[in-house]
Design a protein around this ligand. Structure first.
Ligand SMILES: Cc1cc2nc3c(=O)[nH]c(=O)nc-3n(C[C@H](O)[C@H](O)[C@H](O)COP(=O)(O)O)c2cc1C
Length: 388
């Protein structure tokens, strides 16, 4: 797909429309793009490579863009294989290319390439260091733990372009998602992949605030050129763990369907009370990454789950473990459990929730025995009133 940045800054990324699961866990029905760029000047810089899955297409674009010239620098902002996967090919094609990266990335290179890059000239750049290409000047900013330790971003001064590594990335092959709203898949990407690292993202946003940025070139998803305040504002909200919208996610884990019925009834009661937005998710069937996204998006959540082997039905346990590992915090949570002899789902859910920062559990906890009955309504109404 043709992506235009400028005469000198060219897109040479590739779409991966066949991948089954990104990072072996995220469904990407519309694929993903691996972005790579070339800056043509007196000196030529290639900005990251692509996943080995897209190497052939990338190589074609690289050679076509270089048009017989040789690149001087390969800027490596991140060593994950979906970006570093074609570094080996790059140095085969251009043995004289200099590798430019953070000191941490250079130290990590042998983990991925053993001794194959030993002979390659490497330049370890520091915070704020500049590299002149001619009329273009690259400035490097370290972004440790966004979301790997070796990450750096690069600002090109003359055209005011931020090469943002995985920051501002989004799922979706570019050719399949041209008219797609950015936030939905960018949010799912952010909370599932970067979400744990809110503080380092905040640190990076503070550095970015000091730059005059006209274009953001991420390593996945579209190049961003307009309304940059909108994207940066969302990243600010997300990385502070502030809810983006008012609303309640009702997430349920049901074996035979009775907890599902109670969850849907609760959702109707919340809607009847005028709650801004109510989203209902079946944890056994829906994309977990999407439900995690919604948990962070809204300010409140009700968890409804069947008891299971002295604990909670596994898909709820899995959901809570995910939220815990993504640093879920600053939210209000209600609980409904179901059991047939010794209900214990609530206790297990509360134990996990108690490890999270600033999570308030509202009372009452509702317990239903096997099936929801009219006699359960008062407790459900009390929960709705507490969280509405
Ligand atoms: C494998 C298995 C383990 C269960 N463990 C418990 C349990 O420890 N305590 C309990 O009260 N009920 C337990 N139950 C019963 C369910 O929690 C109960 O029937 C509940 O009403 C199911 O809700 P559902 O219709 O939403 O699936 C278990 C059920 C199964 C299938």
């Amino acid at each position: 797909m043709q992506v235009t940045i400028s005469d000198a800054i060219r897109y040479i990324g590739v779409d991966d429309k066949d991948i089954d699961l990104f990072e072996s866990q995220y469904v990407v029905p519309e694929g993903v793009s691996y972005n790579s760029y070339v800056i043509l000047d007196e000196k030529i810089a290639v900005m990251d490579t692509v996943d080995a899955r897209g190497m052939e297409g990338w190589e074609d674009k690289l050679l076509q863009t270089l048009n017989g010239k040789k690149p001087d620098y390969l800027i490596i902002s991140h060593l994950e294989p979906d970006h570093a996967g074609s570094i080996g090919r790059m140095v085969e094609l251009f043995p004289e290319v200099k590798l430019v990266a953070s000191a941490k990335a250079i130290a990590m290179l042998p983990q991925f390439f053993e001794d194959r890059l030993d002979a390659q000239e490497k330049i370890a750049v520091k915070e704020g260091e500049e590299l002149s290409l001619g009329t273009h000047t690259l400035v490097f900013y370290m972004a440790p733990m966004v979301h790997w330790p070796e990450v750096m971003v690069t600002y090109e001064k003359s055209e005011k372009v931020l090469f943002s590594a995985d920051g501002f990335g989004k799922f979706g092959a570019l050719s399949l998602t041209e008219n797609e709203d950015w936030a939905c898949e960018a949010r799912r990407y952010y909370f599932n992949i970067v979400g744990k690292y809110g503080m380092p993202v905040q640190t990076l946003l503070k550095k970015a605030a000091g730059l005059d940025i006209e274009t953001i070139c991420p390593l996945h998803g579209p190049v961003l050129k307009e309304n940059l305040g909108y994207y940066i504002g969302l990243y600010d909200t997300w990385s502070k763990y502030e809810p983006e919208n008012k609303g309640v996610l009702v997430a349920y884990a049901s074996i035979h369907g009775n907890t599902a019925k109670a969850a849907k009834k609760l959702a109707d009661m919340l809607r009847a009370e005028g709650v801004e937005k109510v989203v209902v998710s079946d944890l056994a069937r829906e994309d977990m990454a999407e439900v995690i996204e919604d948990a962070f998006r809204y300010d409140r959540m009700v968890l409804c789950a069947a008891s299971y082997d002295g604990g909670v039905f596994p898909c709820m346990q899995d959901f809570l473990n995910h939220l815990q590992s993504k640093a879920y915090q600053k939210r209000t949570v209600g609980i409904l459990e179901n059991g047939s002899w010794a209900p214990c789902a609530a206790r297990t859910m509360k134990t996990i929730l108690s490890t999270m920062k600033d999570v308030t559990i509202v009372e009452p906890t509702v317990t239903i025995m096997s099936t929801m009955k009219e006699s359960d309504y008062p407790a459900m109404e009390a929960l709705v009133n507490a969280i509405k």
